[in-house]
Design a protein around this ligand. Structure first.
Ligand code: GTP
Ligand code: MG
Length: 536
């Protein structure tokens, strides 16, 4: 190449340099004017200061003295620069916080990365740092920084507000200052957070804090950790169980007195407890009772069986009389007395309201809903004269019915479960007891027992009372149509046996069904006989 061309090329390069200088911002120019050194030097110096700040945090603090740095002057020679603490902090803030623009963002990321790298390297790496006496690559790095001086300068002129905003953002992102120790401290802090009280402010290492602060933080955390360790541990509460104390535990608890449960087990094995139902099933009814049940078609029967036996199943209570075909059924009742019209004539809530005992009386007693009122209707075949209901407790007064001029039928209120207040039920019971024990002219009490449920304690109570007052009573099993014939016989057998010792009880035990009419005729005959032989 001719010398002239070479010269031209050199000349072409010169204006470029000029242009490059001219592209510098106004601020750069101003700042360069203020400085004694040239612009290039200024940038490199700043960058170096910045870098030194990153790296020098630890060494600077540890030594506690100003760092002597070497940088490049305009001629490329190494120059000594004394970094001040305040300056370090400023640089650090700028680097750690980053800037708002896209380029600045990049710078911020770079700064962040740098810090992270340093954290990994434990402040010993020389990639982003140049500290005198430690790295030989410092000059080349300084050159590189100086080359990008324009971009870096923008960091220097950031406003304080932006710094703060970015600092907050960094903190929010969980950005931690350099050093593994720093992240470890934060982890410690996080772990401590759950343990320490809310009031106690948590110490978080931020990129803005100095190395000194970090060291102090670490010491504080260590102290705190020691304090936490030294805290008196809560003693575990041990509950001692007294095996002989049964005040606050179930009797069948396994912690009971030794052997008590085993003893109970053995007892139960020796004497197997039969349920009430099993006991009932074990009853063997006498052949006479069984034959009576079969003859009167007591118990649950199929309609076809009733028809085959010659009864008209279209009639109500078909088993009552054989066979009714006309509307004047009452005329054909075998007992004349029951052909009379049933007339209600008195109701009493208290004994003082009882009507005068002019007629022999037959009363119908029993638990609520056992079928007393229904039986009165079935006996007289006058449906609806006596009110009935499937709701227990309908009859609440002692109701007196005249059957012609020779007999009085008395419908008593039920006892036991009923839809009524306790006080009211107690009053009924007292009234019934008073009636059956004191009533003059009472010839017989038909004590109705539901075949399905049998005798209940209240029934025995009334029986006891009648025994004491020597009132004649006869057991009448009701609703026999709802249970199997064998169970009717069992129930009859069971009750007869239980009342063998009783003196006022009248045999035989009667079994009826107001619905099917079974046993009604037999009962009618017995009651008619009472009237026949009754003395006025
Ligand atoms: N299956 C069947 N049901 C019956 C029989 N006798 C009565 N009942 C029903 O049993 C329910 C109660 O009948 P009630 O005659 O009102 O009984 P109660 O003993 O007078 O009842 P209280 O007046 O409340 O004491 C009614 O729904 C009747 O239809 C019966 O022989 N067989
Ligand atoms: Mg009734």
């Amino acid at each position: 190449m001719p010398a002239e061309d070479i010269l031209r090329q050199k000349l072409k390069k010169r204006p470029k340099l000029v242009v490059r200088n001219s592209m510098r911002t106004k601020k750069d120019v101003i700042s360069s004017e203020k400085n004694e050194v040239c612009g290039r030097e200024n940038v490199s110096e700043r960058k170096l200061k910045k870098r030194v700040k990153f790296k020098g945090m630890k060494s600077g603090e540890e030594r506690g003295e100003k760092e002597e740095l070497r940088t490049l002057d305009s001629c490329g020679k190494k120059k000594r620069v004394y970094a001040k603490e305040g300056m370090y902090e400023n640089v650090k803030v700028r680097n750690g916080v980053g800037v708002a623009t896209s380029k600045k963002k990049t710078l911020f990321k770079k700064g962040e990365k740098k810090v992270k790298d340093e954290a990994v390297e434990g402040n010993t790496g020389h990639r982003t740092m140049w500290v005198p006496g430690k790295s030989r690559n410092g000059s080349s790095k300084a050159k590189h920084l100086a080359h990008n001086g324009k971009e870096k300068k923008e960091n220097v002129v950031l406003s304080a507000a932006r710094h703060k905003a970015k600092a907050k953002e960094v903190e929010r992102m969980g950005f931690v200052g350099n050093g593994d120790q720093g992240s470890g401290l934060v982890k410690k802090n996080r772990a401590k957070k759950s343990e320490l009280s809310k009031g106690k402010s948590q110490e978080v290492v931020s990129p803005l804090s100095s190395a000194k602060k970090k060291v102090r933080d670490k010491a504080t955390l260590d102290d705190d950790a020691e304090t936490l360790d030294n805290r008196p541990k809560k003693k575990k509460r041990v509950i001692k169980i007294d095996p002989y104390d049964i005040s606050n535990k179930r009797l069948d608890d396994s912690i009971g007195i030794d052997g008590s449960k085993e003893e109970k087990k053995k007892e139960s094995e020796k004497e197997p407890k039969m349920s009430m139902n099993a006991q009932f099933r074990a009853i063997q009814p006498s052949p006479s009772i069984l034959s009576f049940v079969e003859k009167n078609l007591l118990g649950r029967r199929r309609l076809i069986d009733i028809r085959r036996a010659g009864y008209n199943i279209d009639l109500s209570a078909p088993l009552d009389n054989i066979p009714f075909s006309s509307s004047s059924e009452r005329e054909k009742i075998e007992e004349n007395i029951f052909r009379n019209k049933l007339d209600f004539f008195a109701a009493a809530k208290v004994s003082s309201s009882f009507p005068p005992p002019n007629l022999p009386e037959i009363a119908f007693a029993g638990r609520s809903n056992v079928g007393k009122s229904s039986l009165l209707n079935a006996l007289t075949r006058q449906w609806g004269v006596v009110r009935t209901s499937d709701k227990p407790g309908l009859t609440q007064t002692i109701n007196f019915f005249k059957l012609g001029t020779k007999l009085c039928l008395v419908d008593l209120p039920g006892y036991g479960f009923a839809y009524a207040k306790e006080e009211v039920k107690e009053a009924w019971e007292e009234l019934v007891k008073e009636y059956v024990s004191t009533r003059v002219g009472l010839k017989r009490v038909c004590l109705l027992i539901d075949t399905k449920w049998g005798m209940k304690p209240r029934d025995y109570e009334l029986i006891e009372l009648m025994e004491r007052s020597k009132t004649k009573y006869q057991i009448v099993l009701t609703k026999t149509d709802v249970v199997f014939p064998i169970d009717v016989a069992r129930r009859a057998m069971q009750i007869e046996e239980s009342l063998l010792q009783n003196k006022s009880v009248v045999q035989p035990l009667m079994m009826v069904s107001s619905k099917s009419g079974a046993g009604i005729r037999s009962l009618r005959t017995i009651l008619a006989n009472i009237t026949r032989f009754a003395k006025r």
